[in-house]
Design a protein around this ligand. Structure first.
Ligand code: S3P
Length: 446
């Protein structure tokens, strides 16, 4: 990939209607479950971003015939739970932690060996959080020293065994990896999550006719169980727009004067809407219109108008429900009057980049008082952004690039961001949509 720099002109507002691409989490899962189902699954609204395309390619490498994507339309000729074939080369998951961790769950139960590799950022991310519980199920997966990729998955001699596992952290990826391995296990597999996390795997499994039992243990903890050895039946999947991509425009329209933006057909699954709750607590004017259910997932059009934001203490229970949105929420906090405090978000340090440090550094280039802490950030906001000192380094992290671009709506001079090629992992049309709605982002290739 060539070096990509964004040069974003200051000011502007966001108006009109836009539709952001399909949900990344749901797109990954549509390919995975479609591939191991019996019959032909059709997907609409599939995200044609590098991350979900890596998942699609991995299943082609395991012998699954997949047509498309063509304008978000994908046809997957499922091979059934036992129909995957040994790949003849390592499966390259690119930048995607979701792809690698969920694939580890599926591969754990196969009768062939496989290796999962990734790019430089993914190769630094922790994998023991999945290989440890999968090991308890009888899987045999080697990591590099330090518990990072590549993952070398050895074939299981016998079937995996179901486990009853309590997650040490609120992670949908770990939960999903264990449930997917549970499809290949003898007996019941149960996962208890310490706080609600995105439940797309559970919903989609049910959409494929696979029974999943969910029990709320208290206001935070849920236990999710399934039994191995069943069958997934092909289905039709409509992927809603990704709320994590919409979030850049939600914050942009909230902080830019004279904005009024309608973001259409966004997935508003309650395990994903923390960004709406947090922005509303900060005083944002956000309304959900035309709420409906599409293929087992709630969807709405989200209308955002400019508003005066104020700082808040972010409620800890909202952290897992907004985990991918903090880069851009930090931008909202930098504009908001008063202090915003985020705690309990140490997971941000092991995302595509260390999103606490990298966003603090980005905001410092604009003179923002942003103090990183081990598990969050304290931002004393409300002072006008200063002319940028230096350039923002996005550290190969799509969400840092896009969040940083949004700062320009309130900056006094152009904002320059380096290493932006990875925007293509989740939101290949970001620049086009942002410019269409009222921003001026120039893309320079070095
Ligand atoms: C995801 C889960 C989250 C999220 C990631 C997508 C998923 O990761 O950050 O972008 O699709 O399951 P964790 O499970 O590590 O919190």
């Amino acid at each position: 990939m060539s070096q990509v720099r964004f040069i974003v002109q200051p000011g502007g507002n966001l108006r009109g209607r836009i539709r952001v691409p399909g949900d990344k989490s749901i797109s990954h899962r549509s390919i995975m479950l479609g591939a191991i189902a019996e019959g032909t699954t059709e997907v609409e609204g599939f995200l044609e971003g590098a991350d979900s395309l890596a998942t699609l390619q991995a299943f082609r490498d395991m012998g699954v015939h997949i047509e498309g994507p063509d304008n978000g339309h994908v046809v997957i000729h499922g091979v059934g739970l036992r129909g995957l074939k040994a790949p003849d080369k390592p499966l390259d998951m690119g930048n995607s932690g979701t792809a690698m961790r969920l694939m580890a769950g599926i591969l754990a139960g196969q009768a062939f060996e496989a290796t999962l590799i990734g790019d430089a950022s993914l190769s630094r991310r922790p994998m023991k959080r999945v290989t440890d519980p999968l090991g308890l199920m009888g899987a045999h997966i080697d990591t590099a020293p330090g518990g990072t990729p590549p993952l070398h998955v050895h074939p299981v001699g016998d079937r995996l065994k179901g486990i009853d596992y309590t997650l040490p952290m609120a992670s949908a990826q770990v939960k999903s990896a264990i449930l997917l391995a549970g499809l290949y296990a003898e007996g019941r597999t149960c996962v208890t999550e310490p706080a609600p996390t995105r439940d797309h795997t559970e919903r989609m499994l049910r959409g494929f006719g696979y029974p999943v039992h969910t029990e709320k243990l208290d206001s935070q903890r849920t236990r999710i169980c399934l039994s191995g050895g069943g069958t997934l039946r092909a289905t039709h999947i409509d992927v809603p727009s990704d709320i994590s991509s919409a979030a850049f425009f939600m914050v942009g329209a909230a902080i830019a004067p004279d904005s009024d933006l309608l973001i259409e057909h966004v997935g508003v699954n309650p395990t994903r809407t923390g960004v709406i709750d947090i922005l509303r607590l900060m005083g944002a004017d956000i309304t959900l219109e035309n709420e409906r259910e599409v293929g087992g997932e709630p969807v709405a059009d989200i209308r955002v108008r400019s508003s005066r934001l104020h700082g808040i203490d972010i409620p800890p229970e909202l952290v897992p429900l907004a985990i991918d949105e903090f880069p851009v929420l930090f931008v909202a906090a930098a504009v908001a009057e008063g202090t915003t405090v985020l705690r309990g978000a140490e997971e941000l340090r092991v995302k595509e980049s260390d999103r606490i440090q990298v966003m603090a550094d980005a905001l410092h280039t604009l003179g923002v008082d942003a103090e990183p802490t081990p598990d969050g950030m304290i931002i004393r906001g409300g002072r006008p952004f200063q002319p940028q000192q230096g350039v923002i380094d996005s550290h190969h992290d799509h969400r840092i690039s896009m969040a940083s671009a949004i700062t320009a709506l309130r900056a006094p001079s152009p904002v320059v961001i380096d290493d932006c090629a990875n925007v293509a992992t989740s939101f290949p049309t970001f620049v086009e949509l942002a410019n269409g709605a009222g921003m001026q982002i120039e893309v320079a290739h070095a």
